[in-house]
Design a protein around this ligand. Sequence first.
Ligand SMILES: Nc1ncnc2c1ncn2[C@@H]1O[C@H](COP(=O)(O)OP(=O)(O)OP(=O)(O)O)[C@@H](O)[C@H]1O
Length: 737
Amino acid sequence: MSVRVVARIRPLLKQELEKDTIVEAAPSATEPLATPSIVRIPNPKNEAEAFSFQFNSVYDQQATQQQVFDDEIAPTVKHLFKGFDVTIFAYGVTGTGKTHTMRGGKLLAERGVIPRLLSSIYRRSRKIEKDTEGNTNIDVSMSYYEIYNDRVFDLFEGPEKRTPAGLPIRDNNGKTVVVGLTERPCTSLKDFETLYDQANVNRSTSATKLNAHSSRSHAVLCVKVTQVTGNEVRVSTASAIDLAGSEDNRRTDNGKERMVESASINKSLFVLAQCVEAISKKQNRIPYRESKMTRILSLGQNNGLTVMILNLAPVRSYHLDTLSSLNFANRTKKIEVNEVENRPFFRTAPKAESKSGTTQIPLANRQPLRPKALSHNVVPSKEQPDKVEKPVKAFSVYSDKPKPTIARPGHLSGQGHPRMAEAQKRTSSEAVPTINRPAKVLKPSIAKSEAAMSQKSIEELIEKKVAEKLAEQALSMKLPPGTTEQTISPDVQARLIALERRVVDQESARAEGLRYLLMAKQHTVRGEDVSALCMYRLALPHFPDNAKLAQKMLKLQEKIARKEEERRPKSSGGVPISEGAAEDLRTRKYRSQEDDEEYQDEGHEEEENDEDVFDQRTAKPRRPVIRRNLSVFRDDAAPAAQHHAESDSEDELAHSLMHTGPDQTPRSKHILRIINSKDVAQIRLLKGVGAKKAEMIVNALCEMDDEVRHVGELGRLKGVGVKGVERMREGLVGVVA
Ligand SMILES: Nc1ncnc2c1ncn2[C@@H]1O[C@H](COP(=O)(O)OP(=O)(O)OP(=O)(O)O)[C@@H](O)[C@H]1O
């Protein structure tokens, strides 16, 4: 089944004017009386022309919270109870109504998708429990976390309990899991509301110019529904994700902190767009791993039902952003998701288990996308003997170890439904599966699996505690013996630190600029000139004096103008997307089906090279980055040679920018020498770096397969951070001039 994409146009806000409305919902031409399924928006370059985007449904400014929920989300609840996972996420530019749609307001009519979903889950639970005369017991629990600046934080924990690095995420048999996340039982809607409201206080929000309550993080709520009937346990998860909105920082007036958040938000959304693009082109490599959000969202890889709500602002000031979002959604709707029901498992091993051989199922990794098929991954049971015959499916079956806290003696002994009211909070004793709730494997025996589980949980706990201790230790670390900090006057030392801090800041800013530059480059190689120009513009403030960059932008502007000129005589009127004339809008990834097919003709073996264009970890371009078959990415039919020439000049530009950075100070050089030695024994002697962190750094370097060239890069290494670099420097005060 494809991802269901629905668009919602928010009403005008107080400061917005009716006359600026440019986005409208319309019914499809073939069914003029049906509910709207088209978003219409003018071409920014020629207002007489309109672009149309078709989605599963479109909600106009008047649509109520109830309508959106009833039409789009309520129907998924019964699937949830049948064992399918459900993922709902809101996507859109900042200030378009994602949080309003997902969370909503406090008034009954204003409640968003999430509280309504929970209300519906509880209602259904009660009905099932009643209909089965108490034979089926249903537990609801939830975990809630945010991804802020590419770090994961448990929203059930107050900010004071956060470690700087956040919670680690791991691949557990092909599933992305957050380690050490709290999972709380919530037995009623009231429970849920209390927990949810408390947790939302911990969410990172702040006022920006574009939204007074802007979410600065992606928030992921996972609601786990556990249905127990006798020995059979079925677990499914509903995940509701309120993504942070992309923002154009030319409009935000963001200060430094907001800019850092914004860069992180934009980067993760950019990676998400790349993933969607890669999926739609059926590339072998989907760059999920380049951001935590995409790793966790695993769009197109999670089995079950996925609904994307595309939030749109109706007004002109969002014009280009809206087009960009529409284009993204247009691609997302083509993603196929496997509908795989989570298989129930048994508290005791049923006889059928060994016969069917299901315990032999290998732990599956992430599934490649495949033609849609409603696959029921069903446990053989006496009631369904026909299904025993089915060949074992190799999809998404993994051992989801039972948590000791789930073991409810009452259930086992048939003594009703002890809801663990006493357990106000239960810390997940293992890696908590995120939104990707996989099917379960039959457990050979409870005793055995519980023993294994507790061992695993102990390890996880120890790991978490050790990480926390190390972080604390690092923060309170004394200067290593032999350093002579005291011999330097505090004034000089302060100046040195301030100077070096400036160097780090400059380097971070430069890395940000490079990131935009390299995004521009990616757009250029695909022939997406307007997007490339936007990226160059974003890069410009970071390299204000770079003549090459200015020249590059000028050339690109001229090229776009030339193309625009050539297109002028084209006819106007409502133009469907596939026939849209404006090249720059096509390059904003308006692709018709034919375009997509064309993309798939070639270029598969080289997809890995996408990563080469821009190494996210180091913000460092690698050469050579231009693929043989880049021509397939282009919208126009420019000769390949010209394209290569352009790309080469891009490379030159990147390199010229890379090498015009601030000079390294002696201490920076010294630190880099030690770091690049990849010698744990040496690295661990740096201030703030213990044995474990030294190993992490060496591992990161080995993973990069490269050197760290400046301290900005070092700060971005896993487990280091800007503060880490500062501490290393402090440790060398007086040791190195
Ligand atoms: N359907 C709607 N009806 C009424 N008001 C709405 C609607 N959608 C959005 N709004 C209002 O628009 C403003 C922005 O909405 P919201 O904060 O939900 O945006 P957002 O997309 O979550 O932004 P960000 O990404 O910055 O967090 C809020 O004041 C919200 O109340």
